[in-house]
Each structure stands twice: as C-alpha cells, then as structure tokens.
Design a protein. Structure first.
Length: 354
C-alpha cells in the first residue's frame, strides 16, 4: 500500500466532494423521497422531514423545494426578519435549481413562440416537473415579498411575481395534456400539482370582490369557483405528491372560508370523508386534528370539538405557533359553552404568547 501525503489526500477529498456536489438524484427517487418527507411532516416528524430534504437541496428540485418550504414556514410563523431573509435566499436558490432543469429556448425559439404553438412533445418529464416546481417556488417567493415590508413597491413586486407564477401554472396545464409521458407515476405527481395550483388560483380569485375580479381578468387571471373546486377534488382523488395539499385547501375552504366570507356553509360531508382518510394516514397530524375539531365545531358538537382541538394542540411542541390556532378556537368553543373560566384561560394564552 502506498502512503498518501497531505497534499494528495486533500486533492482526493476535493475531488470526492466535487463528485458529491455534482451528483444529481434522478426524478423517480426524488419524488419518492419528497413523498416520504410529506409523510414525516404531516405526522409531526419535522426534523426527519427536514433531514431528508437537506442533503440534495443544491441539486434536486424536489429536495430544494422541500428544504425551502421548511425555511418559509419558519419565516411565516415567527415573522422575524432574519428568518424572512433566510427564506428569501433559500427560495432564490430553489428557483435557480429549477431553472437549471427547465427547457432552454434559443432566441429563435423564444421569438417563434409568439407566433406559433409550443411543441410540448419535445419536453421531457424532468423539464415538466422543473416548470411546476418553479411555479410553486415563485408563488412562495411572491408571498414572502408581501410580508418583507408593507410598501407599495413590495405590493407591485409581489403582484408581478404572482402573475408570472400564474402563467407558469397555465403552461403546466398545457404540458399535462399535450405530451406523451415517459412514466405514468411521473404524470400523476405532475397532474396533482397542476390541479392544486390552477384550482387554488381559481378558487382564491373567485372570492375577491367582483370589481377586483374584472380587473384581474383583464390582465389574464381567471376566477371560476366551480372549476377551482373541481380541479382540487380531482387533485385530491389522485395519489400524487400534492394530494395532501389539495385536501388541506378543500378543508380550509369548506370549514373556514365558507363561514367567514360566504353566506352559505361548506360541504361538511366531503370534509368528513377527507378527514376519515387523512387521519388514517396522519393520526397525529396537527393540521388534520385541528380540522377535525373545526368540523365538529361547525356541526355544533362542542364537546367533540374541544376534544380534537386539545388533541391538535398537544400533538407537537416543535412549532408552538400552531398552538395559537387551537387556543383561538377553544376560546370560542368555551364561550358558547358558557364556560367563562376556560375561555378566559385561552384568551390569556393568546395575549401572552401570540
């Protein structure tokens, strides 16, 4: 055996590190690991999910997206400037990773795109998923722009990013139907993301005042509530990566938005069916326990609502900001039960910690 001197050893280490940095996980494995990370996350195993995403965040679009989402959630929950800045940096890195895999157009192709239809058959599965992840990262970056500071400039910048994001989702909708997919599994994961994105956009815009909707339609947005709910229901029925996000959006709409912004109640039977399925998959998931409490609350079952809200509150202690949602609901449940002592207790928790 030959002994290595210090210089040779350092060269070998640098070479090995370069190979590691340049290694790019393939799409199939990236989707599997992303699915596992989602399973960890919604079962409150936040550290395990983060650890799974971090190693390939520099080279895999799904790992980069997952890692950026964790930093983004931390920024949203804490509203601390350093976390907001860190989230902005991570999302920029994520956009760069996605850009690396997106289909590259020559100048001639870019000009030609204005006058003739894109040939979607030339786009690979990898390039299609890069377009979708790019749209998702762009949406998070736009939302972050709104909370960085509350100036008119930030509002305009955020609006431009959202329009860019919406156009990317529309492009993804075209890709979904106009190309032959190399893998059906890849197509299902992609379709769940398209249904989630386009459906959520349609639903959110439809909730805005009619005057605002007309302005948004003039600049290219659409706001069809029926189409939005149909897309989200389709996305939920698919076993794709974003299925759980479609479920969350439907639950949020039917259990919260309908009762706050509408004159009619939500579809409680649909919510019951969704929660029955999701709680089998994520029995300790803080979000689904919370929505179960909300469902019972909307049914008028105050004792049941209190039970599930408390279960949601006590299911995890990593992100204590989630507790405040349960405290708020428990405050009103106890007001309706005329249990003023308990109501005062939860009000004091919110005053002290939120």
């Amino acid at each position: 055996m030959y002994a290595l001197n210090k210089t040779s050893f350092e060269v070998i280490c640098k070479f090995a590190y370069t190979l590691y940095r340049e290694f790019e996980m393939d799409l199939e494995n990236a989707l599997e690991e992303a699915k596992l990370a989602i399973c960890y996350f919604f079962n409150n195993k936040f550290d395990e999910a983060r650890s799974l995403m971090q190693p390939y965040a520099h080279s895999s679009m799904y790992h980069s997206m997952g890692h950026a989402v964790f930093i983004f959630l931390e920024a949203i929950l804490t509203f601390e400037q350093r976390h907001i800045a860190e989230a902005g940096d991570e999302l920029k890195k994520c956009l760069n990773v996605c850009q690396r895999y997106k289909r590259k157009n020559t100048i001639t192709q870019s000009i030609g795109k204005k006058f003739k239809r894109t040939n979607y058959t030339q786009i690979s599965d990898l390039e299609a998923h890069a377009e979708l992840c790019y749209a998702e990262a762009l949406l998070l970056r736009a939302l972050l722009t709104f909370i960085e500071d509350e100036t008119l400039t930030s509002l305009i910048r955020g609006g431009m990013k959202i329009r860019h994001c919406y156009n990317s989702y529309k492009e993804c909708a075209q890709i979904l139907t106009r190309r032959q997919w190399e893998s059906n599994v890849s197509k299902v994961h992609f379709e769940s993301g398209v249904r989630m994105g386009v459906g959520a956009f349609n639903l959110m815009i439809s909730l805005l005042p009619s005057g605002v909707i007309k302005v948004l339609q003039f600049i290219g947005f659409s706001g069809n509530k029926t189409a939005g709910l149909a897309d989200l229901n389709t996305g939920y029925r698919l076993s794709g990566l974003r299925q759980v996000l479609c479920a969350m959006t439907l639950l949020g709409y039917h259990l919260i938005v309908c009762y706050v912004l509408s004159h009619q109640g939500g579809d409680l039977e649909l919510c019951h069916n969704i929660l029955e399925e999701q709680l089998l998959l994520y029995p300790q998931g803080v979000w689904f326990l919370f929505f179960k409490g909300r469902l019972e609350f909307m049914k008028g079952n105050l004792d049941e609502a209190q039970y599930w809200y408390k279960k949601s509150w006590k299911s995890q202690n990593v992100w204590t900001q989630f507790h405040h949602l349960s405290f708020w609901e428990l405050l009103w449940v106890n007001c309706l039960k005329l249990d003023w002592r308990e109501a005062k207790l939860y009000a004091s928790y919110l005053v002290e910690h939120s």
